[in-house]
Write a protein that binds this ligand. Structure first.
Ligand SMILES: C[S@@+](CC[C@H](N)C(=O)[O-])C[C@H]1O[C@@H](n2cnc3c(N)ncnc32)[C@H](O)[C@@H]1O
Length: 207
C-alpha cells in the first residue's frame, strides 16, 4: 500500500535544531542529502539501488517539492524523505557535525546575473557548512552543464584558501541511478544530454 504523504514529508516545525537525521527515517544507516532534488528522478532511483542508505531530498520550489513528495509516496520506500526549505539555511542551522555520508548537488541553478549570485550554492560559506556536516571521507558530488559555474565550483572547492585543504578531489564515478552513458540520471541531465550540451562533473571527499 502507498505510504501517507505525512510519512515522507519532513515538517521542520516539529524539530529543534540541531536535528538527529536518523530520527527522520526511524532506522539507522548512513544519510545522503540531495540539494535541489527537483522532480526526484535521481534520488528515487539511487535510493532504490541503495536500500541500506537513507536519502533526504531538499527542494525549494513548491511545484517540484509536491511532485517529488508524491512520487516518493507512490514508490513506497522506507529510505526516502523530502523537505521544503532553502538548503543553505537548513544545512547551516539543522544538520549536525559529521552526520552526512554524501551531498549530491546536481545541476544547481547557476544564477548568472550578478545581482542573483548571492543565491548560489557553491560559495565558500555554504561549502564550509557542507564540510562541517560530512563524515570523514564523505563526498560532495556535483554535475552541471554550465561551464562558467563549473569554473566557480572548481575554484571554491579546489583553490579557495581555507577550503581547498579541507577536501581531496576524487574520481567522479557514474551513480548507480544513471543509465549507461549518464553520470547521475537526473531529469536535468537527461534534458541536457538530449540537447547535446557538455556535462561537467566534480567530486571531492572530506579529508
Ligand atoms: C536546475 S534544477 C535541477 C534539479 C535536479 N537536481 C536535476 O538534476 O534534475 C535545480 C533545482 O534546485 C532547486 N533549488 C535551487 N536553489 C535551492 C535551494 N537553495 N534549496 C533547495 N532547492 C533549491 C530548484 O528549485 C530546482 O528544482
Amino acid at each position: 500500500m502507498a505510504k501517507a504523504l505525512e510519512e515522507i514529508i519532513v515538517d521542520l516545525d516539529k524539530f529543534i535544531p540541531p536535528m538527529d537525521l536518523g530520527v527522520l527515517f526511524g532506522r539507522s544507516g548512513p544519510v545522503h542529502i540531495e540539494v535541489g532534488c527537483g522532480k526526484g528522478t535521481f534520488i528515487l532511483n539511487q535510493a532504490k539501488r541503495h536500500p541500506e542508505i537513507n536519502f533526504l531530498g531538499i527542494e525549494w520550489a513548491n511545484e517540484f517539492y509536491r511532485y517529488c513528495a508524491d512520487r516518493m509516496r507512490r514508490w513506497e520506500m522506507a529510505n526516502v524523505r523530502i523537505l521544503r526549505a532553502d538548503a543553505r539555511e537548513f544545512i547551516g542551522r539543522f544538520v549536525k557535525d559529521s552526520s552526512v555520508g554524501a551531498f549530491h548537488v546536481y545541476f544547481p541553478d547557476p544564477w548568472p546575473k550578478r545581482r542573483h549570485q548571492k543565491r548560489r550554492f557553491f560559495t565558500p560559506e555554504n561549502i564550509r557548512q557542507v564540510w562541517r556536516c560530512l563524515v570523514g571521507g564523505g563526498q560532495l558530488r556535483t554535475a552541471t552543464d554550465h561551464a562558467e559555474y563549473f569554473e566557480i565550483m572548481s575554484q571554491v572547492l579546489l583553490q579557495e584558501p581555507g577550503i581547498a585543504e579541507l577536501f581531496e578531489p576524487v574520481e567522479f564515478y557514474p551513480a548507480d541511478a544513471a543509465d549507461p552513458g549518464e553520470w547521475v540520471g537526473s531529469n536535468f541531465e537527461r534534458k541536457y544530454m538530449k540537447e547535446g550540451r557538455p556535462i561537467y562533473t566534480l567530486a571531492v571527499k572530506k579529508r
